[in-house]
Design a protein around this ligand. Structure first.
Ligand SMILES: *Cc1c(COP(=O)(O)O)cnc(C)c1O
Length: 461
């Protein structure tokens, strides 16, 4: 199947371009569109789009001829178009908008390497993409052709990985790693594979979607040398799934690469149960497993794409049980401020009592599961202790509470704050005299807990 010729997804502007050029990814990169004049030859631009394209300082625009050919030239609502063509709404500011909403720079031990989770890292290997998504979460660094990562920074990142044995999983992203020169990419993979504790390597890439021509047999043969190698692509709407993308995914899976998909939930693009169901069905048909559906980040220029979180929960309600489990992604809110990915889903546990749990299914059918009275959670202790010894220690987190390692998890500064006198306790609240937590003044000193208790008792009397 992979060798069968496919009809070209190609707008009239390029009908005369011979196949060998059109199918060459370097030609696609070199002929990207970014101005009102160039885009105007392919699409009937709206006033809002023209205004944005003529505004200086907006996030970079560049669209491959292949991807531009997927746009409906006459429909401003086209879901493909809205992902890559800016509109004047990018100029809207919104409350809580941030430059680095995931605080990635703060979690970087060396430039370009984000080490947020105990056993895996995100390695930003380039600032370049094949085309630029208007909602890019990394627009602070992506697209800048003058400030791409330097070789010395790669060296520093590899050096960090060599001396950090708890890292067993390296995720290459950017920018898009598949825009790197093939030799550079292979050199990087070879250097990572030399590090014995790195078990899996993965790539997050939108190149298969923007420029499927890059996924040639040579590329597939190259990555197959570095297994176990995983890949996530990025499709947001079923209209992006073309014969070219199908053929690229087929080559990748035949080269042994498990494929996942990450998409972003966006207003007016894919914030509908039916559009999402269509998307995930098309994905599993080409053996791509929906991995994450992300809530749109609080990033500058992307405010108009944001949906409520309840919309995401509603979509998950419409997928789980209604379609194949393989087709259901996890819905993720990436915590603003750098807390990492938080899965969000409808509640299926309705209630609990000792020995019983009440659950509901996707249809609203309610059932009772009786828990075993004689379950011995310690029968595994012997094997568990051995497995623990084989693993690097991770973050104990909430699991540490369940396992009895600790009783509480406290925010930084918690104990200092709670040693203060509770002047603003509800029992002696006086809105006129309210003062911020933990701040004493000469005439209103902080009280000890005992003094507070005495004061409250006195006032209550
Ligand atoms: C998303 C992400 C990862 C990978 O997370 P998984 O849930 O394992 O896919 C790793 N590091 C950072 C900083 C990330 O943002």
């Amino acid at each position: 199947m992979s060798n069968q010729p496919i009809t070209r997804t190609c707008a009239p502007k390029w009908y005369d371009v011979p196949d060998e050029k059109w199918n060459d990814w370097r030609w696609q990169l070199a002929h990207r569109l970014n101005s009102v004049e160039e885009l105007g030859e392919v699409i009937h631009l709206t006033d809002s789009e023209q205004q944005a394209l003529n505004t200086k300082g907006l996030f970079r625009v560049d669209i491959t001829p292949y991807f531009a050919s997927l746009i409906d030239p006459d429909d401003p609502h086209c879901p493909v178009r809205r992902q890559v063509i800016p509109t004047a709404r990018e100029l809207d500011k919104f409350e809580s908008m941030m430059e680095d909403s995931l605080a990635e720079d703060r979690h970087s031990p060396v430039p370009g390497l984000v080490h947020r989770y105990p056993d895996r890292v995100l390695f930003l290997v380039t600032t370049q993409c094949a085309s630029y998504c208007r909602y890019c979460t990394r627009s602070r660094i992506v697209g800048d052709s003058t400030a791409t990562f330097k070789r010395s920074e790669w060296d520093a990142a590899i050096d960090y990985l060599k001396r950090t044995p708890q890292v067993r999983d390296v995720l290459l992203s950017g920018g898009d790693p598949l825009t790197l020169a093939p030799k550079l990419l292979e050199e990087l993979l070879a250097r990572l594979r030399e590090i014995p504790h790195i078990e899996i390597i993965r790539i997050g890439s939108r190149v298969p979607v923007f420029m499927p021509q890059r996924i040639d047999q040579e590329f597939c043969d190259m990555v197959a040398k570095y297994h176990p190698f995983w890949m996530n692509i990025h499709v947001n709407h079923a209209r992006e799934i073309t014969p070219e993308l199908r053929a690229a995914c087929d080559r990748l899976t035949r080269a042994g690469m498990p494929l996942g998909n990450q998409s972003v939930l966006m207003a007016g693009i894919n914030d509908s149960v039916h559009i999402q169901r269509e998307l995930v069905h098309e994905l599993v048909k080409m053996r791509v497993r929906p991995y994450y559906l992300y809530q749109c980040d609080l990033v500058e220029g992307a405010g108009h794409f944001r949906t409520s979180v309840s919309k995401g929960i509603e979509i998950m309600e419409g997928l789980r049980g209604h379609t194949s489990g393989y087709a259901v992604p996890l819905y993720i809110v990436d915590a603003p401020g750098g807390g990492g990915k938080i899965p969000v889903m409808p509640n299926y546990v309705v209630s609990q009592a000792p020995g019983k749990i009440v659950l509901r299914n996707y249809e609203g059918f309610m059932t009772t599961y009786s828990e075993p009275a004689d379950y011995d959670a310690h029968a595994i202790d012997y094997l568990d202790a051995q497995a623990r010894k084989r693993l690097e220690p991770g973050q104990s987190g909430v699991l540490g509470l369940l396992e009895g390692e600790r009783m509480t998890i406290e925010p930084a500064g918690f104990s200092e704050t709670h040693l203060r006198g509770a002047e603003q306790h509800r029992l002696n609240a006086d809105p006129g005299k309210w003062q911020p937590l933990g701040i004493g003044t000469a005439d209103r000193p902080l009280l000890t807990d005992v003094q507070v208790a005495e004061k409250i008792n006195h006032e209550v009397e």
